[in-house]
Design a protein around this ligand. Structure first.
Ligand SMILES: NC(=O)C1=CN([C@@H]2O[C@H](COP(=O)(O)OP(=O)(O)OC[C@H]3O[C@@H](n4cnc5c(N)ncnc54)[C@H](OP(=O)(O)O)[C@@H]3O)[C@@H](O)[C@H]2O)C=CC1
Ligand SMILES: O=C1OC[C@@H](O)[C@H](O)[C@H]1O
Length: 394
């Protein structure tokens, strides 16, 4: 796939919902970005959306957008369970893809998209936009320079209050509902930005609503080992404590705690403020105001700080201009690891998506839900049956 000119990147948008509208507002203010086409499941909806956001072309299906030669890259802004199929259609047609978070419903789907993007040699990225806000970039730069010493702890929360309703995508399992995939992912990525998404240990507790979706959760992560030999090699502790909630408005702060000080980012998922506290030095507050909406804005955005998509868009365009097929700050391997991490947390929470979860995920969740004593008894029974068969499995 040829590199896209950095002067103009021709964007297509799949899904004419809330986040897609916000994304189009950010495209409008990003130098070098041009919205050329939008697609929705119905042509009438696509046309309305295109008129509102000044797109030249509208399509009544995602497949039609995939076949549109005027589009370089597609932003996938549909609800989570639609990400896989929509992104698959685009990649198969040779389009570059920026897919909203979480990339897919599970690790199997992510692995399949990653394989397809590699086969087609096109760009694919999971839209964890927080990574590209200047406040995050600055925080990571300071940590890399050792400003707060060794980072030993990440404490991150994200919560907003919403009513439990089967009609909302947030609580409907068929629509990928549940706080972990929607917002818990941001807290996980806050740790992921410095340590990656493959911790050595994961513990999670959640609160499930009658719909089966998790509204709140707490997650503890440990990275690496505290064994004697790891200590001998000077390994510092690495621990993360993460909380998400769709029931309460939380302070939404991510704290990176180091041996010489701390950095806090606010708000966690789209930070515009960074507070630097080096021990013994007066705290420093750095503000990173968002760009203006511009005169042609179609109106206020639906979500907080959405114009901050401009940072992610600019980075994607830069990468496309350089002929890259993935983003070094959030590579495909990290998306895969994130998906595996989300799967393993869901197993602990007992959150199962009926349409997409494999037998293995369901079985793991079932076994996890058993009391510890039952798991021991089941393991003993299996061992006994194995021994009785003379060591044969079948
Ligand atoms: N980065 C961020 O800050 C944010 C990211 N997001 C992410 O964006 C994605 C979309 O969220 P949001 O815009 O709030 O969602 P919406 O409820 O607005 O739905 C988005 C689109 O999904 C499609 N869709 C909706 N319901 C169904 C259904 N039942 N079956 C099939 N398709 C359906 C529709 O596409 P069509 O128009 O084609 O009919 C709709 O326009 C999510 O994955 C979420 O994680 C969301 C909010 C903020
Ligand atoms: O990504 C998101 O960030 C903002 C939340 O309000 C939204 O539900 C979520 O999808």
């Amino acid at each position: 796939m040829a590199a896209v000119s950095t002067r103009e990147t021709r964007w297509g948008v799949a899904g004419a919902g809330l986040i897609s509208g916000d994304f189009c507002e950010a495209l409008r203010i990003t130098p070098g970005a041009k919205l050329v086409a939008v697609a929705a499941r119905s042509l009438a909806k696509a046309k309305d959306f295109a008129a509102k956001h000044d797109a030249q072309r509208s399509h009544g299906s995602y497949a039609a957008l995939a076949a549109d030669p005027s589009v370089d890259i597609v932003y996938v802004g549909v609800i989570h369970p639609g990400h896989y199929e929509c992104a698959r259609v685009m990649l198969a047609a040779g389009k570059h893809v920026l897919c909203e978070k979480p990339m897919c419903m599970n690790a199997g789907e992510v692995a399949s998209l990653v394989a397809l993007a590699r086969e087609k040699r096109v760009f694919l990225m999971e839209g964890l936009w927080s990574r590209f806000f200047p406040a995050t970039v600055k925080a990571l730069e300071l940590m890399r320079a050792g400003e707060i010493g060794d980072v030993v702890e990440v404490i991150s929360d994200f919560g907003f209050a919403s009513k439990v309703s089967e009609a909302s995508r947030l609580y409907n399992l068929e629509m990928g509902g549940g706080g972990l995939l929607d917002i818990g992912i941001y807290c996980l990525s806050a740790a992921g930005f410095i340590w990656g998404c493959a911790p050595s240990e994961v513990r999670a507790l959640g609160w499930k609503e009658p719909t089966g979706a998790d509204s709140c959760g707490v997650i503890a992560l440990k990275y690496g080992s505290d064994s004697a030999s790891a200590r001998e090699h000077g390994r510092q502790p690495r621990i993360a404590s993460l909380t998400y909630s769709m029931r309460t408005q939380t302070r939404e702060v991510t704290l990176y705690q180091g041996t010489k000080g701390r950095l806090s980012l606010w708000p966690t998922h789209c930070p515009t403020q960074l507070v630097v506290e080096v021990d013994g030095v007066a705290p420093l507050t750095l503000d990173f105001p968002l760009p203006d909406a511009g005169a042609r804005s179609a109106g206020p955005t639906s979500f907080v700080n959405s114009l901050g998509f401009t940072y992610e868009i600019a980075r994607v365009q830069q990468l496309l201009g350089a002929g890259a097929t993935e983003c070094p700050e959030w590579p495909l391997q990290t998306s895969l690891e994130m998906a595996r991490l989300l799967d393993s947390i869901r197993v602990q929470l007992g959150v199962i998506y009926p349409r997409t979860d494999s037998f293995l995920v369901r079985a793991r969740a079932l076994v996890h839900a058993w009391p510890f004593s039952s798991r021991i008894l089941a393991a003993l029974a299996l061992l006994l049956a194995f021994a009785r068969r003379g060591g044969r499995v079948v």
